[in-house]
Design a protein around this ligand. Structure first.
Ligand code: SF4
Length: 468
């Protein structure tokens, strides 16, 4: 770990101690535990950041709760779509009513909305009851910011343009004991014309291989068997690091970690997925047979306007290479309908791409203008009713041409048991390497373990099975 990060960790641990004394005193005064709630909006990287926020709050003595009727409420926000912001402002209004009943309540907003100057201005002007505002680069400073607010009574705004340090090894409250997301890089340099992420998550920066390996070794020591490597564009991992470090070389290093059974990653960009990565995947015992490959559109005309830097033909060639190297791979994707300038012909290209690739599933989105992105100023905005009509046709096509790979029926496969099935008494649910769900009868002791399951039948988007 670099000297700089050791130092940062030391400082923050001191603030956690100071905060712990304060929380203890408040709890004694109120004659009850002090509670804290973290609400997460958005992507897996936000989920991972929220695990850190919860870890710091718990280490400082707060009792974590899902209820927003808590002494500290933090919104870890997403700003990918305009309506995401609107929804958060609505919920802040609700929090202000709770604060009227608990005047010591502390309300904080962090994450991607915190990185937007116009949103910070709006909060300062019209949401004065929000006590803490910070962004995506200094999540690890929560104890320091909370302590500063509690001791001064002032609202604290601490938003950074960027950060050199990756501070990951602070207390963490992980959602699952057997699997974990691991940040390998931050930021994105791709500037797709519909996307706000490069403006709120900054330029691409990769964590040193040594730090990532150390973190995963720590996780496997604590029972984690599956990791998901996280980054906005994991394929450009290594850019800016000394030596010839690539995503493929990182995967090779992580493959060596004992105790680790499965490796997943999110999100690769099709333009950067190298033959070397495909080769490493195909030869790997641990890298899962699932790849999320966002196409966004099936039309080269629209892909150019989106600044995706690949054509339909490039994308299909890549899919062909992946399937040739790993015939049992499951591919999922993201698709946007109604991007400015999209003609019926362009849309038909997206439908035919879905049929040609045969995705196991797809995340589908109706294009919506995002202030601050180039596409929001493009001419030829598609009327909403046209977008909605196309969206329904896309859903039908995805439903018809995607889902389970029937070839698995009758085979015995290893499944990571993730939990009990809420709908079926006595059933467990777990994921195959290709990320598809399987439901089967079994004992709760199996949760977190990889076990052999005979695939009895496919039900479209999941399987039923029997433990072997
Ligand atoms: S690759 Fe494109 S869509 Fe993905 S985060 Fe970067 S700019 Fe956004």
């Amino acid at each position: 770990m670099s000297k700089g990060i050791d130092n940062v960790l030391e400082i923050q641990e001191k603030y956690i101690e100071k905060l712990r004394d304060t929380v203890k005193r408040q709890s004694e005064e109120k004659g009850r535990p002090m509670t804290a709630c973290v609400v997460t909006f958005g992507c897996q990287m936000n989920e991972r950041d929220s695990e850190k926020l919860k870890g710091i709050l718990k280490a400082a003595g707060y009792e974590l709760t899902e209820s927003e009727k808590a002494d500290v409420v933090l919104y870890n926000t997403c700003t990918v779509r305009e309506n995401a912001d609107t929804r958060v402002f609505g919920r802040l209004g609700y929090l202000s009513t709770l604060k009227k009943k608990n005047e010591d309540m502390i309300i904080g907003l962090c994450g991607c909305m915190g990185q937007e100057p116009h949103i910070v201005e709006k909060l300062k002007k019209s949401y004065k009851f929000v006590d803490l505002i910070f962004g995506t680069f200094n999540v690890y400073k929560l104890a320091e910011l909370l302590y500063a607010h509690i001791t001064s009574g002032d609202s604290i705004i601490d938003v950074w343009e960027e950060s050199e340090e990756f501070v990951e090894l602070l207390p963490t409250e992980r959602k699952y004991g057997f699997k974990s997301g691991v940040n390998i890089m931050y930021g994105c340099d791709n500037f797709c014309t519909y996307c706000i992420v490069p403006y709120v998550r900054g330029r691409e920066k990769s964590r040193p291989v040594k730090d990532i390996v150390e973190e995963i070794e720590g996780l496997t020591d604590n029972g984690v068997v599956e990791v998901c490597l996280l980054g906005q564009n994991v394929n450009s991992y290594g850019k800016g690091l000394d030596g010839n470090v690539t995503f493929a070389s990182l995967l090779r290093e992580i493959e060596k970690i004992e105790g680790l059974k499965r490796i997943r990653f999110m999100t690769p960009h099709p333009k950067d997925l190298s033959d070397e990565v495909i080769d490493v995947m195909s030869k790997s015992e641990k890298i899962c047979r699932h790849i999320h490959l966002p196409a966004q559109s099936g039309s080269s005309n629209i892909l150019r306007k989106m600044n995706r830097n690949y054509t339909r033909e490039d994308y299909l060639l890549l899919v062909e290479k992946i399937k040739k190297a790993m015939p049992d791979i499951a591919i999922t994707t993201d698709l946007i309908v109604g991007f400015p300038g999209e003609t019926e012909e362009d849309f038909e290209d997206t439908l035919s791409l879905v049929k040609e690739v045969g995705y196991s599933s797809a995340f589908t989105f109706q294009y919506s203008k995002r202030t601050g992105t180039p596409a929001a100023t493009f001419d030829e905005q598609v009327p909403e009713d046209v977008i909605a009509e196309r969206f329904n046709r896309l859903l039908d096509t995805v439903k018809e041409s995607s889902g389970c790979n029937d070839n698995l029926t009758g085979r015995t496969m290893d499944v990571l048991v993730e939990g009990t099935n809420d709908k079926l008494e006595g059933y467990l649910s777990g994921r195959l390497s290709n990320n598809m769900l399987v439901h089967f009868k079994g004992d709760k002791d199996l949760i977190g373990k990889i076990t052999d399951v005979h695939i009895d039948e496919s039900k479209g988007f999941y399987y039923f099975g029997t433990i072997v």
